[in-house]
Ligand binder design. Sequence first.
Ligand code: NAP
Ligand code: MG
Length: 429
Amino acid sequence: MERIRMATPLVEMDGDEMTRIIWKMIKDKLLLPFIDLKTEYYDLGLVHRNETGDKVTVESAEATKKYGVAVKCATITPNAARMTEYDLKGMWKSPNGTIRAILDVTVFRAPIIADGITPYIPTWTKPITIARHAYGDVYKNTELQVEQGSRAELKVTDKNGNETTELIYDFSDSAGIIQGLHNKDKSIEGFARSCFNYALDTRQDIWFASKDTISKKYDHRFKDIFAEVFEKDYKDRFAAIGIEYFYTLIDDAVARVIRSNGGYIWACKNYDGDVMSDMVATAYGSLAMMTSVLVSPDGIYEYEAAHGTVQRHYYRYLKGEKTSTNPVATIYAWTGALRKRGELDSLPELCAFADKLEKATLKTFSDGVMTGDLAAISTLENKQTVDTEMFLEEINARLKKIDINIFLTSQSNRIKEFYFFFESIPNSV
Ligand code: NAP
Ligand code: MG
């Protein structure tokens, strides 16, 4: 069988522990036999990050800027215990944090829906993707505890030295607390663009919600910027494929989300996104079935699993035991990246392969073959728990049987649409 050719390399960021083991297995069993895989490889495993003084992380982010698409394995964020375990020269920062800051991205978290895994909210039959604005607000705050008798004011000095002052509170009746928050138009606009691009990309409606009725300047600014960007650059394209942008009050959004069937993107301010993504992930049943996509306003994509390096399983693996670690979110990180690469390089076959691999993965479950974490929550009757390697073998066996042609036409059309929609958006791909 001839392997599918690639045109441009994917940026491959290898990682740590159990996910590093699974990374190689996925490549060997599910990718290399079918694709003439082209990657620019960066080893973000902690050993190599330490050897390079963490330079490799920065280099991998720069390469992602250059090529536009990356796939990342889970990595260790060092803490005191890791300093000893790996004899580290420094307590290197979270690679995800470093990469996110360099690429200025929004994180989209989407669950993988499978037969026999019922979400805690049974009406959620389609995925709810959470987009979290990862800049400012309470995460970059300034706070003070104040004594009784103090007067707190908000003061701004403009570039000409003019001052504007507003009273926050006169603490004559009690001691108390105050907090200063900020956000930037530029960051909010970037967030809006990433959200609209991702909505077009995945053909899903997008909702955005804030508390603009109470926060008439701060939250209202978010609402206005989203509306301006949408009106100017996205309205026609959304209409052309029949998707919607919809703004509502956060309270109303929460109520609608619970009643919904899923199938849309929910864009959240930083704090809302932090909290809601944990709620949504839990409701869908398993962290091991959650993917993360990082999207920049100018159309750079990085795909990863939302879970960590599964340390406990790795220690068992090191003792020679077989583990039943779930590789699905990592497989989907690869399919997401390959599909995007195929789209950018006009290679429908590569996109169709990504569809086929996802189909083979889901078919493996629905046939009752799964890893232990899923067997514990699956409602299927004839389920069989297998170890990771066997699970990948089973996916491989199904992959060989699925005809790629069933995905080719739709992928060719998608690529045509993609160029139609994205070529003329400023700051986009
Ligand atoms: P974790 O790796 O997500 O694992 C926590 C637990 O969740 C596991 O022990 C396992 O439970 C279950 N689990 C997670 N993924 C699974 C999978 N694919 N298959 C089966 N079970 C799975 O979190 P952690 O143990 O707190 O963190 C380990 C390391 O990962 C840390 O060094 C942290 O810095 C790093 N981390 C990296 C990222 C990233 O790179 N994106 C994200 C989060 C954490 P059982 O043991 O009960 O089976
Ligand atoms: Mg959280």
